[in-house]
Design a protein around this ligand. Structure first.
Ligand SMILES: [Fe+2]
Length: 586
């Protein structure tokens, strides 16, 4: 038998570093480094993720045929970074020093560092940042051909790109370059609204429905949109070219208020700004997609890059009817670049065949019974093991009403969303659960909405959506007549960020919701990531137990083991303040 070809894709040095392992072109492992190091958005070399990937297939670095890096560091450095600093010189001295240090110590030495940290000394392949994004979506989509649109903060130069693909060929055709960036525009608004850049952009999206688009005219002053979808930012309002901040006084004058202090009260003004920024982002994305369709027609659209995590905009693109099919890969942000570059190497260097569509996002680590049991014993927790049937029956029953459950099963998800293996779940019919989970379990802002998981077969009964949304990347309206039934997952504007689940994708999770539906008639539950604010999603039983003990979660289900809060001694329930301090606020 011929030796299989293992390709390792890596993304790191910016944020959300990740490792992906392909075996003969099929994904066998994919995970983000933050889950192992417990440092949210960890940007370091994904040493731990790589270790897990190799261990998963019981191979060593010797068995890896090629390693790919998701962008071209030299192009980025000598071209963009230096040019930008020379352009804005002498402004930006501080940010220049900061960047120099980063580049000189890390980013320019990829090959050297991979050898040192990962023990890999073979050839490293590089693709451009946006090509990696594009490939991560197209090759995972299963489409025979596609138009591709990528949008993010910035790669080497490109911030937005259009590509086209057919069979195994993929080609990037057009791009918009730094400093003009839709992703950075959105991040600048995130910054202005007092949230953390490269982390809390989704808060702006969640806040937007509370506001009115009163500042759209001001937004047009910031971003000039042309008929062909190209755009230019009015750089007088943005300071990211020469400072470590995103915006300055000029923007505050334009919008009429100073930047919101982090953690201060959110006023109607902030909600209106969020709504206006969201509205203009949707408008720009729609125009780009429209132009892409015109220039490179296909029935299929692949979207990727951080902006493709804006599921409200994605929903609008879907409803525009421009494309028959839309595909967004679950790790659509920079973590996905690791997958993209690995696919590119497989097709370009190894002339490999296309794999089928990516069937699900469960490609991370998993823990067997022994590991779960050991973790429970370490904390001296009462052990209660149930059969498969009893576990489903018991959990479904416990979920009714106000209990909040930590649900830890199988392989961890790839991408920013928990999709039913590292999730906190609760009854979507109980509006109080919205408050309870936000304030007492996740310790996060009360405006933050929750996403539903719906049985795929019941999707259109509840939502105005005619297709599956397996990765929570599409927002659609909750049907008018269903809004009162599932208030905990219906956002203020009547929308929901939907995850559909099928028995093929995740049999156990599907079965649980099916049972819940049998008992209650409701085929929808709350699904939010298993973590507290600022904490990466739990990876191991130990992480899950820690999170459970430090929050007001009622039950913990680890594999077939169940831990009941009511059955454990008061001295075992931990103080949450100390726990929360471990994590930087997001
Ligand atoms: Fe990116």
């Amino acid at each position: 038998m011929e030796k299989p070809v293992y390709i390792l894709g890596i993304s790191c040095f910016y944020h959300d570093s990740a490792a992906v392992l392909l075996k003969d072109g099929e994904i066998v492992f994919a995970a983000q480094e933050e889950r192992f190091t417990r440092k949210k958005h960890d940007e370091g070399i994904p040493v731990e993720a790589v270790k897990r990937a190799l261990a998963y297939k019981e191979i060593t670095m010797e068995d890896v045929s090629a390693v790919g890096f998701y962008e071209k560091p030299l192009l980025k450095f000598f071209d963009r970074i230096l040019q930008t600093y020379f352009k804005v010189w002498p402004r930006g001295l501080r940010s220049y020093h900061h960047a120099m240090q980063e580049w000189m110590t890390k980013k320019l030495w990829t090959a050297h560092l991979f050898k040192k940290e990962l023990g890999y000394s073979g050839q490293i392949y590089y693709s451009t940042h946006h090509e990696s994004h594009a490939a991560s979506a197209y090759y995972a989509s299963g489409f025979e051909d596609a138009t591709i649109v990528t949008a993010d903060g910035v790669g080497e130069w490109a911030t937005t790109a259009i590509g086209t693909a057919k069979g195994t060929e993929l080609e990037m055709k057009k791009e918009i370059r730094f400093p003009h960036s839709l992703g950075l525009f959105y991040s600048a608004m995130t910054y202005y609204l007092g949230f953390k850049v490269n982390s809390a952009e989704y808060k702006v999206m969640g806040l937007a429905p509370y506001g009115e688009p009163k500042y759209v005219e001001q937004m047009r002053e910031l971003i000039e949109l042309k008929e062909d979808g190209s755009f230019a930012l009015n750089m007088g309002y943005f300071t990211y070219e020469y400072t470590l901040r995103m915006t300055g006084r000029k923007l505050e004058t334009l919008l009429g208020q100073p930047r919101r202090k982090p953690e201060s009260t959110l006023e109607q003004f902030h909600k209106d700004v969020a709504r206006s920024a969201q509205a203009i982002t949707e408008e720009v994305m729609l125009k780009i997609v429209e132009h892409a369709k015109q220039k490179y027609p296909s029935e299929n659209l692949c979207l990727a890059g951080g902006v493709a995590l804006n599921c409200v905009a994605n929903g609008k693109i879907l409803r525009s009817g421009l494309f028959k099919n839309i595909y967004i890969q679950p790790a659509s942000g920079d973590a996905g670049g690791a997958l993209g570059v690995a696919y590119l190497i497989w097709h370009r260097e190894f002339k490999g065949k296309r794999s089928g569509p990516m069937p699900h996002a469960y490609y991370g680590t998993e823990y067997g019974e022994d590991a779960i049991l050991a973790a429970l014993k370490e904390h001296n927790l009462p052990v209660e093991k149930l059969s498969d049937d009893a576990l489903i029956d018991t959990t479904a029953k416990l979920m009714e009403g106000e209990n909040v459950i930590g649900w830890f099963q199988g392989r961890m998800e790839y991408g920013p969303r928990a999709l039913g293996n590292r999730s906190i779940i609760a009854d979507a019919r109980n509006k109080e659960n919205w408050k309870k989970v936000n304030l007492k379990i996740k310790f996060r802002e009360d405006f933050r909405p929750f996403a539903p998981t719906v049985l795929e077969e019941r999707n259109s009964d509840y939502f105005d959506l005619d297709r599956p949304s397996p990765y929570m990347l599409l927002v659609a309206d909750v049907k008018e007549e269903k809004r009162a039934e599932i208030p905990a997952v219906t956002h203020v504007d009547g929308s929901a960020r939907i995850q559909t689940i099928s028995a093929e994708e995740n049999p156990k999770y599907h079965r649980l919701i099916k049972k819940f539906e049998e008992n209650t008639g409701c085929g929808v539950i709350i699904n939010t990531s298993f973590n507290v604010r600022g904490e990466p999603i739990v990876e191991s039983p130990k992480d899950a137990i820690n999170c459970f003990l430090h929050t007001q979660m009622d039950y913990l289900v680890l594999g077939n083991y169940i831990v009941r809060k009511e059955a454990i001694g008061e001295e075992q329930v931990k103080d949450n303040a100390e726990y929360l301090e471990r994590f930087e606020l997001d």
